[in-house]
Design a protein around this ligand. Structure first.
Ligand SMILES: NC(=O)c1ccc[n+]([C@@H]2O[C@H](COP(=O)([O-])OP(=O)(O)OC[C@H]3O[C@@H](n4cnc5c(N)ncnc54)[C@H](OP(=O)(O)O)[C@@H]3O)[C@@H](O)[C@H]2O)c1
Length: 274
C-alpha cells in the first residue's frame, strides 16, 4: 500500500511543490487547499487527492478526520506547511493581527496535528513542521511572523520529546528565503504603515526582504526534496536548516546579541531619513 501524507497549504509555493514531488515519488498525498480552483487542479495530479482545508476552521478539521477514516489508508505523516506572514512595526500592530498570525501558524497547526495524531501514532510515522530561520533569529518589522515561528519551535520541541517513547518522529524544517508567493503577499502590507514612526526603516527593510526573497530565494522544489528525505530515511534529525547560504547563520551563532544588535542598528540608521 502507498504511504499516505497530508500536506496543509498545498495550493502554492512549498506545499504545492512538495505535493507534486511526493506524488511523483509514489506517495499518496492528501493535499489541503482552500480555493475551489486549487482543489480541482490538485485533484488532477496522479497520486494526489485534494481536500478542502482551512486549518483555522474546526468544521473543516472535523471533515478532514472523517475523510482520512473513510479513505481507510491510514496516515504516515503530516507536513504542517500552511502559513501566513504578517509584518510591520510591532507598535502599530493590533492584538487581533497577532491573533490572526497565531491562528494559522500555531493554533491551526495544533488543530491539524491533534486531529491526525491517532493515525500517525498507529503508523509510527512523522510530523513535519514548516518552520523558518525566524524561529531562531527575529528580524525587526517581522514581529508577528517571528513570534509565531519561535512559538512553533517550542511547540515542536516539546512534542518531539513527548513522543520519544512512541516511535513518532517530529521534525522541524528551518528554511531561509524560498521564492514563493508569500513575498508578493507581503507587498500589500507596506503601505499600511506609511504614517508610522517607523515608516522609513520598516518600508526599506520590508522592500529589501521582498526583493531578496524573490531574487535569491531557493526554488521550493529544494524544500520538497528535503521533505522526501525526512519521510524516507530511518532516523531523521530533529531539525534541518535549508537556505540559499548558511554563512549568515554561522555568524549569528558565534556573535553576541549585543554585537548583532549593533549591526542591526547600523542597518536601521542607513534607512532612517533625518
Ligand atoms: N517562502 C519563504 O521564504 C519561507 C521561508 C521559511 C518558511 N516558510 C514557511 O513555508 C510555509 C509555506 O509558505 P510559502 O512560502 O510556500 O508561501 P505561500 O505560497 O504563500 O503558501 C502558503 C500556503 O498556506 C496556505 N494557507 C494560508 N493560510 C491558511 C489557512 N488558514 N488554512 C489552510 N491553508 C492556509 C495558503 O493557501 P491559500 O493559497 O488558500 O492562501 C498557501 O497554500 C509557511 O509556513 C511559511 O511560513 C516560507
Amino acid at each position: 500500500m502507498k504511504k499516505c501524507v497530508l500536506i496543509t497549504g498545498a495550493s502554492t509555493g512549498i506545499g504545492r511543490s512538495t505535493a507534486e514531488y511526493l506524488a511523483a515519488q509514489g506517495f499518496l498525498v492528501y493535499a489541503g487547499a482552500r480555493k475551489e480552483q486549487d482543489l480541482i487542479a490538485l485533484n488532477e495530479i496522479n497520486n494526489i487527492m485534494s481536500i478542502k482545508l482551512d486549518i483555522t476552521s474546526p468544521k473543516e478539521i472535523a471533515s478532514l478526520k472523517k475523510f482520512i477514516e473513510d479513505e481507510g489508508n491510514g496516515l504516515f505523516a503530516v507536513f504542517n506547511n500552511a502559513g501566513i506572514a504578517i509584518a510591520g512595526p510591532l507598535m502599530d500592530i493590533s492584538v487581533e493581527e497577532i491573533e490572526r498570525q497565531f491562528q494559522t501558524n500555531l493554533f491551526g497547526l495544533h488543530r491539524v496535528t491533534r486531529a491526525v495524531f491517532p493515525h500517525i501514532l498507529e503508523a509510527k510515522g512523522r510530523i513535519i513542521m514548516m518552520s523558518s530561520d525566524s524561529e531562531f533569529f527575529a528580524t525587526p518589522f517581522f514581529g508577528p511572523y517571528c513570534s509565531s515561528k519561535h512559538a512553533l519551535g517550542g511547540y515542536s520541541d516539546s512534542l518531539r520529546r513527548e513522543l520519544l517513547l512512541y516511535g513518532v518522529k517530529v521534525v522541524k524544517i528551518q528554511a531561509g528565503r524560498v521564492n514563493t508567493k508569500i513575498w508578493d503577499k507581503g507587498r500589500d502590507m507596506i503601505p499600511k504603515y506609511k504614517n508610522s514612526l517607523f515608516s522609513d526603516e520598516a518600508t526599506k527593510i520590508g522592500e529589501h526582504a521582498i526583493h531578496k526573497g524573490k531574487t535569491t530565494g531557493l526554488d521550493p522544489i529544494e524544500v520538497a526534496k528535503l521533505i522526501y528525505k525526512v519521510l524516507t530515511i530511518e532516523n531523521p534529525k530533529a531539525s534541518y536548516l535549508i537556505a540559499p547560504s548558511t554563512l549568515k547563520y554561522r555568524i549569528i551563532k558565534v556573535l553576541s546579541e549585543r554585537k548583532i544588535d549593533k549591526m542591526v542598528k547600523k542597518e536601521l540608521q542607513k534607512y532612517k531619513k533625518n
